[in-house]
Design a protein around this ligand. Sequence first.
Ligand SMILES: Nc1ncnc2c1ncn2[C@@H]1O[C@H](COP(=O)(O)OP(=O)(O)OP(=O)(O)O)[C@@H](O)[C@H]1O
Ligand SMILES: [Mg+2]
Length: 342
Amino acid sequence: MIKKIFGEFLPEYKMFNSRLLISGHISDTYLIESDKGLFVLQKLNHYVFPNIPGLMQNKVLVAAHLAQDKMFLHQVLRFYPAKNNLYYFYDDNGNYWNLMDHIGNSKVLNKTENAQQAHEAGKAFGHFISHLNHFDANQLIEVIPGFHKMSFRFQQFDQTLTLALPERRKMADQWIEQVLSQREKMHQLQYLHEAGEIPLRVTHNDTKLSNILFDENDRALAVIDWDTLMPGIVHYDFGDSVRSICSTAVEDETDLNKVQFNTEFYQNYHRGFLSEVETILSATEKELLPLAAQTITFIMGLRFLTDFLNGDIYYKTKYPEHNLHRAANQLTLVNRMQSVLE
Ligand SMILES: Nc1ncnc2c1ncn2[C@@H]1O[C@H](COP(=O)(O)OP(=O)(O)OP(=O)(O)O)[C@@H](O)[C@H]1O
Ligand SMILES: [Mg+2]
């Protein structure tokens, strides 16, 4: 099956072998060995992303922009059109696929091991944003509408709260109280953006450490996983990175004492990021970076909490309180950040 799909993109190439690299939460990724080198074939998830043609167009437009930028230092993802001349192939089972070059001699880091890695990650995502400074973000479609929009997430939360089972509501009491008390503050970025104080940019929207390919010396080679490229504000990308890169625990750690904010990693990430975006960001954008870390961590806590109150319909769970524990973890991290960043 994989051979046939590869043939839809590069019919003149001979595929020797294919291997499932990762079956992530989102897509299935295959490494393809062919007579003319290695490729990465991905099945895109059309449940998460309802508009795959639009998503592919986003990726191809950004790739074209970065590929012609001589000052862009990282490798740019290169996508191949299929026989139908579109950059995706729609198979008989209703699945969408895309094919790109494999970036060799690379590795993925799942957990930040040292400050140098945090610094390099900040530089990589900062470099990415800064080289899209002149790309008109309005050319991109919103692949997940309202993804980081706080008022939308609160609307979902408010609705759920009125319908939640009393038992679940009681279990979540402490965290419900926290999100309600931080409501106003967590809307600040959205309001400033809507008031025109924070400009629209191209943002990656999934800026975790594992979406950077590193070389053997921990130097960034490429930012990958471009499915969530969208118009956004710089704070989404900065905040989401800090949330994952600077926490001392995984997202569902249940021992909240282990959930700490690593300030050394934060300072290094921030320094690396700023070194790339210093001249393109406004003073307002820069000042609000610490609030961004709290806001994006908060929004994740809010979404987990909403899902818990809603009976776990969005996130996959391994046990009944899984979403509650994730919410507690993220909201605890918000509090730890607050005590350091303010
Ligand atoms: N162009 C590439 N060159 C080399 N390896 C790649 C490339 N693209 C993806 N990979 C590998 O495949 C893995 C999954 O890719 P990607 O992050 O795009 O998928 P995903 O399913 O959206 O992942 P997740 O949701 O877990 O972030 C990466 O972690 C990396 O190991
Ligand atoms: Mg990824």
